[in-house]
Design a protein around this ligand. Structure first.
Ligand SMILES: [Fe+2]
Length: 289
């Protein structure tokens, strides 16, 4: 092992790990070293370029604290988060597709009655979302929980914006005995991910924008079923084909249908104009995983 030439160094590093007691870790690190060395051989970085890469990763780590996770953002904008998600959600048997969880979920959203609004500040255009939560066999699931969160009309989540009431635009809803649900939110807007750090810099030098297409986040769960973390995207959004974090899935893009009737708005306790969305969510029984 003493002769660490360009030809032999990869073998030497792999051999050094041969006795790692954790075989999964051994397998992961063997793959990582093999790919990393292959990458370096292909790119042939100068020492200045390698120092730049180290500095980038250092700044990415230095920006992480309880409130901000720049490494998750890096994973998101390189498509790795969604690739890991896809690998872990194969063979869904028709269950609702999952997408990125994101950094803005908060535990403890209030449980609200059928048809209530999650808006506490009355801003934005109301949207009435209705549908059912079903099993992959088609059976309605009573008592399923929909935990919902979205930004205000300014594109900011409540914890990013001191002007918004605490827990604004968050709420939990339970399905009724027929699996039905109904909640009122606001028509979501496209927004920029945090781009004032190294990840934002990387997007700029790559000629990419930092925007996500408008979406409502949902975490849907029920006893005996695999939970799903998903979004509802707005059909026609200009960023659907260039989501900065690659979170879009065709099956999650829905029509937000505009209604101008004040009479109909009153039925849902909202003001016109408002939007309606109809969407059924499908969960996979845990026994079939
Ligand atoms: Fe989001």
């Amino acid at each position: 092992m003493s002769n660490n030439t360009e030809e032999q160094i990869t073998r030497n590093v792999l051999d050094s790990m041969a006795h790692a007691p954790d075989r999964r870790l051994h397998s992961v690190m063997t793959s990582l070293i093999s790919h990393l060395h292959a990458f370096i051989r292909e790119v042939e970085p100068t020492q200045e370029e390698w120092a730049t890469a180290i500095q980038f990763l250092t700044r990415t780590g230095q920006l992480c604290d309880e409130k901000r996770q720049e490494f998750i953002l890096l994973s998101d904008i390189t498509g790795v988060t969604m690739l890991v998600d896809a690998i872990n959600h194969r063979s869904q048997d028709g269950a609702t597709e999952s997408t990125i969880f994101g950094p803005f979920y908060r535990e403890g959203a209030q449980e609200l009655p059928v048809g209530a609004t999650i808006s506490k500040d009355g801003r934005g255009e109301p949207v009435v979302v209705t549908g059912k939560v079903l099993s992959t066999s088609g059976t309605p699931i009573a008592g399923a929980t929909l935990d919902i969160w979205e930004t205000d009309e300014n594109g900011l989540y409540e914890q990013q914006d001191p002007e918004q009431p605490d827990m604004n635009l968050r709420g939990k809803f339970l399905t009724d005995s027929a699996g039905g649900y109904c909640f009122v939110g606001i028509k979501p807007v496209s927004y920029s991910i945090l781009d004032d750090g190294p990840v934002g810099q990387l997007l700029r030098v790559l000629g990419r924008h930092p925007f996500r297409p408008a979406h409502i986040h949902l975490l849907i769960s029920a006893n005996g079923f695999a939970p799903v973390t998903t979004h509802l995207f707005v059909k026609g959004d200009p960023y659907l084909d260039s989501d900065a974090v690659f979170g879009t899935k065709d099956s999650l893009i829905v029509d937000f249908v505009r209604h101008d009737s004040a009479e109909e708005a009153a039925r849902y306790n909202v003001t016109a104009p408002f939007y309606k969305v109809a969407y059924d969510f499908v969960l996979k029984p845990l026994s079939k995983r």
